[in-house]
Design a protein around this ligand. Structure first.
Ligand SMILES: [Zn+2]
Length: 167
């Protein structure tokens, strides 16, 4: 089982854990992937073996564009995780990817979580984080052979209302 290091934290991705190995293998190749249900064809970003919309547990990896909009976020002001202490405050963003927005029902979407980083892979400034801002995936190569998908602001025009807790 490969053990990686990210910001001084040891992380392992068990070989037999196909839910994660494919995600990180794709990241090494500069691809962002999500699960595609082989029953109903819908995409999903959250962990879990079963489709939330149909009974199927069959799925395959599907490449996505990595472009999306900040659907929600939280600011971590304080953390006990040693590797992230000098990063706080930092944003954890819930990104709604462009694929499948509003499906299968209005209000649904293909969403994944990540950190929001700047062009140096440091935490994006708190005042720059807002719901509605456009983002794109970037691949953070960490120590060893570990590559973590993250998001950065794309500079595109925001989508929908823009909201930030910083006024
Ligand atoms: Zn399904």
């Amino acid at each position: 089982m490969p053990v990686y290091e990210h910001r001084g934290q040891q992380m392992s991705v068990p070989d037999q854990d196909l839910e994660y190995t494919g995600y990180f293998d794709a990241a090494k190749e500069g691809r962002l992937v999500v699960k595609k249900c082989q029953g109903c064809g819908l995409l999903r970003g959250e962990p879990g073996p079963a489709c939330p919309w149909c009974p199927s547990q069959e799925w395959e990896w599907q490449d996505v564009s990595g472009k999306g909009t900040i659907y929600s976020y939280q600011i971590v002001a304080h953390t006990v995780i040693p590797g992230f202490k000098d990063w706080a405050p930092f944003a954890i963003v819930l990104v709604e990817l462009d694929e499948q927005s509003g499906k299968p029902e209005p209000g649904d979407g293909l969403r994944i979580t990540a950190n929001l980083v700047d062009s140096n892979m440091d935490a994006e400034k708190e005042e720059n984080v807002a719901i509605g801002k456009r983002v794109e995936v970037v691949f953070h190569k960490s120590e060893g052979d570990f590559v973590l998908p993250q998001f950065k602001l794309s500079g595109e025009a925001p989508q929908g209302p823009v909201w930030s807790h910083v006024t």
